[in-house]
Design a binder for this molecule. Structure first.
Ligand SMILES: Cc1cc2nc3c(=O)[nH]c(=O)nc-3n(C[C@H](O)[C@H](O)[C@H](O)COP(=O)(O)OP(=O)(O)OC[C@H]3O[C@@H](n4cnc5c(N)ncnc54)[C@H](O)[C@@H]3O)c2cc1C
Length: 380
């Protein structure tokens, strides 16, 4: 089977690798360079922690374990330590822990002593703080995961065309023809769109409707600040989540910082304001010791790939089953699972995990799972 994959972010790379594993002849068309999109601006926390409804939790839970099946030095399976100081955060965390335990998700309530053994440079929070450890979670270095997946696809014979912006998708009984901006055309039996936040636009070139939240609109649902610090001599081995600040190691002693309460100010059209950088950096010494002198090395507004109802889209978008569409938030978590499940579906094996997430829910009425509620604390 000849398959054209559109987009070389982490999702497109995973799908291309999965397809080559099944023997497909794959061509990946990328408008810019691999990792030009959202994959380069991700917390890359691998988790199913605060994901609802149940079908979306199940998908992410399976994906967390798929990361453990794809070990490599881009994946840090060191878990996530969450610290809840305020009454409101403790209440939310308690409810979540109860729900997750009921779903068989690895969760451990831990003492302050154990929390400090896990993260010795954690600033001891006040008495009464609740600590929960999620040992199955982890984080990845997203560009290295992308390199791993794309490398496998290339080793499997996939061709990669960079600077190839898709402008038209035409399908017929005999196959698909994908045209790029410089006029070249690529033929296949199936096209898989993995265009992240550009999915609505790419689907429209095939005359299909896949609504995405507009990433150009400022605000917390589609956008988020990410600050990378200069290298610091602090010990941090895992994702650390608090109400005001989430952080993880970012290579070479750097830390990646995210403050969800500030994301409402995130505007992709403007650089990260000086006062936001300062506010995020000011939170750091309250959470982690040995961070004196840290400065901002990089500050960006990340733009999420968010389907219209906040949930994953995966499936054929046309009646002829020539145009398969994948678009999702949490794409870093989901990539190793999508690798197998999407490739299987392209070859005709229906995935139970993906069945609730068909693109047809936007055009055929309310057939899919109930929409995800707006983002809550603890959700990246
Ligand atoms: C602030 C923030 C925090 C996040 N935190 C997490 C997290 O902790 N855990 C997690 O799992 N996920 C997280 N995510 C989400 C995750 O990063 C994304 O879901 C994932 O990177 C999406 O990957 P993708 O391959 O679908 O999209 P992208 O990486 O955007 O790739 C799409 C590619 O398609 C290409 N393209 C677009 N249009 C065309 C065209 N016409 N022709 C050819 N190519 C085209 C683009 O150039 C791009 O390279 C976060 C995202 C943000 C913004």
């Amino acid at each position: 089977m000849r398959v054209v994959v559109i987009g070389a972010g982490v999702v497109g790379a995973a799908v291309a690798a999965g397809l080559t594993r099944r023997g497909a002849r794959v061509t990946v068309l990328e408008a810019g360079v691999p990792g030009a999109g959202t994959t380069a601006t991700s917390v890359a926390w691998v988790n199913a922690n605060n994901k609802t409804p149940k079908a979306y939790f199940d998908l992410n839970h399976a994906a967390v374990w798929a990361h453990h099946q794809l070990p490599g030095d881009w994946f840090f399976p060191t878990g996530n330590l969450e610290c809840a100081v305020t009454g409101e955060h403790r209440e939310l965390l308690d409810a979540r822990v109860t729900r997750l335990l009921g779903l068989g998700y690895p969760v451990e309530r831990v003492t302050a002593r154990r929390a400090l053994a896990l993260e010795p440079d954690l600033v001891p929070p006040p008495t009464g703080t609740e600590y929960v450890f999620f040992p199955g979670e982890g984080y990845v270095q997203p560009l290295r995961l992308l390199g791993r997946l794309l490398g496998e696809a290339r080793d499997g014979g996939a061709g990669l065309e960079c600077g190839a912006e898709v402008v038209a998708i035409e399908s017929s009984a005999s196959g698909v023809r994908v045209t790029v901006a410089d006029g070249r055309a690529f033929a296949g039996d199936v096209v898989v769109t993995c265009a992240g936040r550009w999915t609505q636009h790419v689907a429209a070139t095939a005359g299909l409707t896949v609504p995405m939240l507009d990433p150009a609109v400022s605000g917390a649902v589609t956008n988020g600040f990410l600050v990378t610090t200069s290298p610091v001599p602090a010990r941090l081995s895992r994702v650390l989540t608090t109400a005001a600040l989430n952080l993880r190691p970012d290579g070479g002693g750097r830390l990646l910082l995210q403050s969800l309460p500030l994301d409402g100010l995130a505007d992709p059209a403007t650089p990260v304001p000086e006062e936001v950088r300062a506010e995020i950096m000011a939170l750091l010494p309250g959470v982690l010791r040995a961070t004196d002198g840290a400065v901002v090395e990089r500050a960006v507004v990340g733009q999420r790939a968010m389907p219209g109802d906040g949930l994953t889209v995966a499936g054929f978008a046309d009646a002829e089953r020539r145009v398969y569409t994948v678009a999702t938030h949490s794409g870093v978590t989901l990539a190793p699972l999508l690798m197998a499940e999407v490739a299987g579906e392209v070859f005709g094996a229906e995935s139970e995990l993906l069945a609730p997430f068909r693109p047809s829910r936007f055009t055929d009425g309310p057939a899919g799972p109930a929409p995800a509620p707006a983002r809550r604390p603890g959700q990246q």
